[in-house]
Design a protein around this ligand. Structure first.
Ligand code: FAD
Length: 320
């Protein structure tokens, strides 16, 4: 991954000044697709802005991005690097930093990272989702090349092909049935777990020709990132061209909760401006319960940026 600029950008060619000790118009926490799109737009609105980001984006393991209009098959990191360059050209400051704490202050907000305190009039949280991966020996060799999480992102490429689904828990049946949109050759493996679904869900899977194996997966076999079969501890082997998994995924809401923003059913509550219940704190991207897609994350970033900008226009420049 190309590192973020560690130094604070001194000044933009367009005259936007940012420096270490100022109160930024906006601090963006999370430099993925939502955060960086917001950064580009806040740069265009000439709003002094800082992006604090640490760690990879959600789809870091994937080599090809699908469904982002005009960029089919682009490498996700290449797109992010382009966004960082674009934001940098507008004078947006970017620092590699894991924000551990965010708080309300008299003048707005503060984000704590790298043993420093960054002040802001507005905060945008674009921290994304944390996915759990199945604990299968050798899984990493296939993650992002033939083991996937999102049917909408990667299902099309498996049209008509045999798929293994590794999942258990309440979402399992819906997730497996969703893949029938692409292929009728779907087999579920719960990897030693109880399926955790009501009997009528299992009946629906059976009625749709989906068998459910409850044995533990001992190995994934394949070559060069291409999975070919799953080996189970009861001796079964399941041939497949791709593996889809759904175990658990949680939006990163720690900072949202620290700031006192309302959540409902583990989701941040926002209005049509991407603003949370705490005025001045905005949220965008996968952290918000909507389609978890790059194009949606980027769009939310743009909407948040526009509303952050509008919220900072002084009354003396507004007419009713
Ligand atoms: C394997 C896989 C393949 C996918 N393929 C596609 C695809 O083909 N097409 C598609 O449209 N979507 C795809 N997605 C979904 C896509 O990755 C997400 O929708 C997108 O990344 C969401 O963007 P985001 O900006 O909300 O979050 P992210 O891109 O995840 O960015 C969030 C950033 O915030 C950082 N961060 C988190 N907490 C902190 C903190 N406290 N301080 C500082 N930084 C922090 C994270 O490390 C990360 O860099 C895929 C997902 C996966 C898992």
């Amino acid at each position: 991954m190309e590192a973020l600029d560690v130094a604070i950008t001194p000044a933009s060619p367009y005259g936007l000044r940012v420096d270490n000790d100022q109160t930024y118009d906006c601090v963006i926490i999370g430099g993925g697709f939502a955060g960086l799109t917001a950064a580009v737009w806040l740069g265009r609105y000439r709003r002094p802005t800082l992006v604090l980001s640490a760690g990879p984006p959600r789809n870091a393991a994937s080599h090809a991005l699908h469904g982002y209009p005009g960029f089919e098959g682009a490498n996700p990191e290449t797109l992010l690097a382009a966004l960082r360059r674009e934001a940098g050209r507008y004078g947006i400051a970017m620092t590699q930093a894991l924000v551990e704490q965010a708080e309300r202050t008299n003048e707005g907000f503060a984000a704590h990272a790298n043993r420093r305190r960054y002040r802001a009039k507005r905060l945008l949280l674009a921290t994304g989702i944390r996915d759990s991966q199945p604990d299968i020996p050798g899984f990493d060799q296939f993650a992002g090349t033939s083991a996937w999480h999102c049917p909408a992102c990667d299902g099309f490429e498996y049209s008509g092909k045999p798929l293994a689904v590794v999942s258990w828990g309440p979402q399992m049946a819906g997730y497996a049935l969703e893949l029938l949109n692409y292929t009728d050759r779907v087999t579920v493996v719960t990897h030693g777990h109880d399926p955790g679904v009501p009997p009528d869900h299992l009946d629906k899977l059976t009625a749709n020709g989906i068998s459910v194996h409850q044995s533990k997966i001992t190995a994934l076999q394949g070559r060069k990132g291409q999975v070919e079969r799953l080996l189970l501890d009861d001796g079964t082997n399941i041939p497949c061209d791709g593996l889809f998994y759904s175990i658990n995924h949680q939006p990163r809401l720690d900072l949202i909760r620290q700031l006192g923003c309302a959540t409902a059913s583990d989701c941040v509550v926002i209005n049509h401006k991407q603003e949370t219940t705490v005025p001045g704190v905005y949220a965008a991207g996968d952290i918000v319960p909507l389609e978890e897609l790059v194009v949606v994350a980027a769009a939310m970033g743009a909407v948040a940026a526009s509303n952050i900008h509008k919220s900072l226009i002084p009354d003396s420049r507004r007419v009713r």
